[in-house]
Ligand binder design. Structure first.
Ligand code: SF4
Length: 615
């Protein structure tokens, strides 16, 4: 599309800019492009919930095309939960709608004086009054907007949690996909931006349509022949709790254990037999890995969710000691309706459960809730309180586990399961060392997505540390390229090779990129994301893991007795930085490496902020 839309909420003004062509070649789109724009436009130290933070929404060259797995969009901002770089990616219809509206990137800045909805209608932007939907749940908000603007618009919105600046708040699409992590919903809330609606009729022009379609057919044939993808249609990610528990890496009861006795209850095939009513997919995807679930009996009758997926089954299930799928489906739905990230919410509630059981939180602190592991009713009530910042408990937990543990103290920080403020994904590094680097060094904190689920790549030697830095570097390259093209990352381990992805990008855009160029893009994005965080004070010392992982041996299961020792972590970090060409002592990309990646401007910025830069 070649166009950037800039929206100034303070002045209620819009402007259009051309997308710099060299940025498209250097960063592709999506995650990479948004990272560089965010780096360029934000100075260090900006308050994530203040007027100077920005929201960058970026599509990639494949968004909205006929390519399966590519209905994806990235939102990037400075995270209120972590205080560092954030990108978050989701599928759904909105990416295609934004594409057809005629823009590659939307930059949102300033703060509106009253609730608003940004409407991008076929190349024309307006700001509409959203007072009538302020306070609405996400599905109500989408419904009202569609009723008022037309059923052909696609919408993303925040719920009550984002309005109340809960730092775990998400942004939800009209087809219930979540831009989940890092509190992007709170940034929308701080700007009084309730929603964005888009539609349009702009056509996608392919540089080489024939080559694009030939590549597309190869991908489709590979999917149809792939047993792994057929299995994914059947199970989605709902088989993973059982598998993770069997190999001893399923975080259970706030990471005290890694084997969950209730894992099979919250996994395929139990979920499929009792709760799955339909297989759903992102637009154009024949895999249809999303499992629509419905509770038909018991206290949660009628609860329906597009999932829950593995990370939610872990966070709101095993991590809270809950083996009731009906309760997890209800909790998942509430998180989506209120606009809360399920991972952060589950991990924060699990921490509060442990505090309650240890007497660090009293019944008065929990507003009378018996917040014990396995108490699904208490978990669900806690979610409502978090979304509305209600009572003592809601106000304690709404800003995530780092902030809550700081406030409670009493040693509870030792078992607050986050890195840099972001609650951890569902794979225990004590049973999968590479996952430890993913969490410790990941660009957005303790996240499993940004670099990838290395646990699945190191099953043959999960507790060895040799070569893990390089393995993680390679995994992260793939993730960055898939998030930048963008394309669903599930197929990166099966049919969608980097060659096919590169072919799709070059035939769509006409950019003459070799595989080496493509891999260099990934390393460039790694460096820009790190540079953003370095500017915010993140260096080697901040790349750590929670104390529980470093010093509490797993009590049972196949990985019994394991910890990630400090020595192991430090050795793996050195290996990782070395592989990326960063300075081992500080974890900062060196001037030489930045210049080799054509990031001289980033090097100069870092030098200016830090007063030094490793050579
Ligand atoms: S595999 Fe699943 S998540 Fe990926 S594009 Fe298809 S339906 Fe969407």
């Amino acid at each position: 599309m070649g166009k950037i839309l800039r929206v100034d909420l303070t002045r209620q003004k819009f402007s259009e800019e051309d997308l710099k062509e060299e940025y498209a070649e250097m960063f592709i789109g999506g995650r990479g492009l948004a990272a560089k724009i965010l780096f360029d436009e934000l100075r260090a130290g900006v308050d994530p919930l203040g007027p100077d933070n920005k929201i960058i929404i970026a599509r990639g060259p494949l968004t909205g095309t006929a390519m399966p797995f590519s209905s994806r969009l990235v939102i990037s901002t400075k995270s209120p939960l972590t205080g560092i770089y954030l990108y978050t990616v989701a599928g759904g219809m909105f990416g295609a709608a934004l594409t057809r509206s005629g823009f590659d990137v939307v930059v949102i800045e300033g703060v509106a004086s009253k609730p608003q909805c940004l409407f991008i209608d076929d190349g024309r932007a307006t700001l509409l009054d959203a007072g009538f939907i302020w306070g609405a749940t996400t599905s109500d908000s989408c419904r009202h907007i569609k009723r008022s603007l037309g059923s052909d618009v696609s919408v993303i919105t925040i719920g009550p949690a984002g309005e109340r600046l809960a730092k775990m708040a998400s942004v939800i699409t009209d087809d219930m996909r979540a831009f989940g992590r890092g509190g992007v919903g709170a940034v929308f809330g701080s700007k009084k931006l309730k929603a964005i609606a888009a539609r349009g009729r702009h056509e996608i022009i392919y540089a080489d349509k024939q080559a694009f379609l030939t590549n597309l057919r190869r991908i489709q044939e590979a999917v149809l022949k792939s047993p792994a993808e057929r299995r994914r249609t059947l199970t989605g990610t709902q088989e993973s709790p059982s598998i993770s528990s069997e190999v001893g890496i399923l975080p259970t009861r706030n990471w005290r254990e890694s084997v969950f006795e209730g894992a099979s209850e919250i996994s395929y095939p139990r979920l499929r037999e009792r709760f799955v009513v339909k297989d759903l997919g992102c637009p154009g995807c024949m895999v249809r890995c999303t499992k629509l679930t419905l509770v038909r009996e018991g206290p949660y009758t009628g609860a329906m969710s597009e999932g829950p997926e593995y990370e939610t089954l872990y966070a709101l299930g095993s991590c809270c000691g809950i083996d009731r799928p009906d309760a997890i489906i209800m909790a998942d739905r509430l998180c989506d309706e209120y606009g809360l990230d399920t991972i952060s919410t589950g991990v924060t509630v699990a921490w509060a459960m442990e505090c309650f059981e240890k007497g660090m939180l009293s019944p008065e602190d929990t507003d009378g809730l018996q917040l014990r592991f396995g108490n699904h009713d208490a978990m669900i009530q806690a979610i409502r309180k978090i979304a509305f910042r209600e009572g003592k408990l809601g106000s304690l937990l709404a800003d995530g586990v780092r902030e809550a543990s700081r406030r409670v103290g009493k040693g509870s920080e030792r078992f607050a399961m986050h890195v840099k403020g972001l609650e951890l994904g569902g794979y225990d590094p004590r049973g999968s060392r590479g996952q430890g680097i993913v969490y410790a060094c990941g660009p957005r904190g303790g996240c499993h997505h940004a670099i990838g689920v290395v646990a699945r790549m190191e099953l043959d030697a999960p507790t060895k540390i040799e070569g893990k830095g390089e393995l993680v570097h390679r995994a992260g390259r793939t993730r960055i390229l898939f998030d930048s093209a963008p394309s669903c990352t599930f197929q990166s381990a099966t049919v969608m090779t980097l060659e096919l992805l590169l072919n799709a990008v070059t035939s769509a855009t006409g950019m003459a990129l070799t595989m080496n160029d493509f891999l260099e893009v990934a390393d460039r994005v790694y460096a820009v994301e790190r540079a953003f965080n370095v500017r915010e004070g993140i260096t080697r010392d901040a790349d750590i893991l929670p104390e529980r992982i470093l010093s509490e041996p797993l009590p049972s299961g196949p990985k019994k007795g394991q910890v990630v020792s400090r020595e192991e972590l430090e050795a793996m970090k050195s290996d990782f930085y070395r592989s990326l060409g960063w300075d081992e002592k500080t974890g900062i990309p060196t001037r030489g490496r930045l210049e080799a990646l054509k990031l001289g401007d980033v090097a100069n910025q870092l030098l200016e902020t830090l007063g030094f830069l490793p050579e």
